[in-house]
Design a protein. Sequence first.
Length: 273
Amino acid sequence: MSIHDKILELASSAGGVFGIAAKELSTGREILMNADQQFVAASIIKIPIMVEGFRQAEEGLIRLQTKMKLADTDKVGGAGILKVMSQGIKIPVIDLIRLMIVISDNTASNILVDLLGMDHVNRTMQKLGFTGIILRRKFMTLPQTVQAANAVTPQDITDLLEKIAKGQVVSRRACEEMVRIMKEQQYNDLIPALIPVSDGKEESLVGQVKNMEIAHKTGSVSGVRHDAAIVYAGSVNYVVTILASDLPDTRHGEDAIRRISLEIYRHFTGISG
């Protein structure tokens, strides 16, 4: 069975709509399924917000060490810790970016959107050629229609991650920091979940260098589960975006994402199950 047939079978078993774009970075081999279809972005849109933060810092428009004061009016629900922190505390912009990516903090994300400007995020994505990435609203604000939702395509997010992996966004130094932040991701139950972290030849040793690292960002709203990653698997490195919407049962959707991720890993590395 081909990789495309395996993925289609897994996606079909979960119901909903799946979009996938994966690319092996040294050979350019690709796996595509609904890659140019727009999906409700959920928290995947936080990757472009992070890019814009580093762009403005690189150009001297903001300073990453500038401290932003938290107000009660900033606090919103959903993921994050700032919503329960004391009003008036001051958080450096770089730490707001870390909170936004590592634990998907919605309050931190909204403060950053206000600071950076929604239009600037979109303009930067357009200049990079990613017209399918559109930031239209902040997080956990009043309910809005699907038409007003933030949007991404699997292809654009994968291409953006490829540019980050190759040091081609903002600057190489900025890309190195963005990858470091994404490697600290705390929600690891989708793309990384089934990928083996050891080759099984010996038990993990003290001081042993990891042979697997994953820099990624998840996204989740009702009926939607996403994950987008740079996977460093020894001599094989690839970028992958798996988006799933209209899921009748999110648990089945999450399981399908995990299994699709494993199949993509096996395909690119040549390691069979």
